[in-house]
Design a protein around this ligand. Structure first.
Ligand SMILES: C[S@@+](CC[C@H](N)C(=O)[O-])C[C@H]1O[C@@H](n2cnc3c(N)ncnc32)[C@H](O)[C@@H]1O
Length: 274
């Protein structure tokens, strides 16, 4: 039976075993650059931190490690991922805890957090601006929002560039049209924060490329995407499953090939609540 709901339309993929690998490899690739951006907010050490859409706890646990005097709450709608996160990071409880709550309706008091983080979520949910409004509501005046929002026009391959650009364009267009999510949401978050009246809006990029990130780690992201998303990509675009798997195999090959350059630019949009 499908776990998909209108507020988590990719829940089947989010609960899949491949997503555990996706989130692990993404965090290993992204966190070393991301944490340097977080340090720029110059926040006090004893923070209250929210990780909205915390998944298997990759981000929440790294935040708890990085800020050892902080309290971190991870929230997610999927019980499967909450259970994984609680089991993996039991040693950090009760300073790190996880609750089943939706990012659209957090059921938490206004202005409760100094730092509100939302990683790899906004491109998977419809009406991301409503989620952002809720994140703003729970962040205190002077606190920061840190939003990692993916954009699938920002992944570039050197070989077969036209075919692979066309593949990602078809995937982004079709998912956007059929499930109401925006797989290019990365470029739209600035506007959402500006509309919400926030200060100090910054757009930075974590560069996941074959120069900065070990090739096996980058390849592990694409392997996990292939295992979790080839089927849905074929279904939504009408491209044959074999062909979709072939595209992923080609991307993985290029990442492993020391003669090739591959880059995935990951926007991180941050702002201060006035
Ligand atoms: C791609 S994962 C990212 C997990 C984590 N933030 C990380 O960086 O590893 C997206 C997560 O958002 C969760 N999610 C989707 N819709 C949600 C909603 N409406 N409220 C809370 N979480 C949601 C999914 O269940 C999934 O665990």
């Amino acid at each position: 039976m499908s776990l998909n709901t209108p507020e988590n339309p990719q829940a089947d993929q989010m609960a899949d075993e491949s997503m555990v690998r996706t989130l692990d490899a993404q965090a290993r690739a992204i966190w070393p650059q991301e944490v340097q951006l977080i340090d720029r907010y110059d926040l006090p050490p004893n923070l209250r931190i929210l990780d909205a859409g915390s998944g298997t706890g990759e981000g929440a646990s790294r935040l708890a490690d990085h800020f050892p005097r902080s309290r971190v709450l991870g929230v997610d709608v999927l019980e499967e991922n909450l259970t994984r996160a609680r089991e993996r990071f039991a040693a950090l409880a009760p300073r790190l805890s996880f609750e089943q709550l939706s990012v659209y309706d957090l059921q938490l008091p206004a202005q409760s957090f100094d730092l509100t983080v939302c990683r790899h979520v906004l491109h998977t949910v419809p009406h991301p601006e409503q989620a952002v409004a809720e994140l703003v509501r729970v962040t205190r005046s002077g606190g920061y929002l840190h939003l990692l929002a993916e954009d699938y026009s920002m992944i570039h391959f050197e070989q077969h560039a036209a075919a692979l650009d066309g593949f990602w364009q078809a995937v982004a267009n079709k998912f956007t049209a059929t499930s109401g999510i925006d797989m290019r949401s990365g470029r739209n978050v600035f506007g959402m924060l500006a509309a919400a009246g926030l200060d100090n809006i910054a757009v930075n990029y974590v560069i996941v490329d074959t120069v900065r990130v070990p090739r096996p780690v980058f390849a592990a992201i694409l392997e996990a995407w292939r295992d979790g998303f080839a089927g849905p990509c074929a279904e939504v675009t009408g491209i044959a499953l074999d062909e979709v798997v072939g595209y992923f195999e080609n991307m993985i090959e290029q990442v492993h090939d020391p003669r090739r350059y591959v880059v995935w630019m990951v926007p991180i949009v941050s702002a201060r609540v006035p």
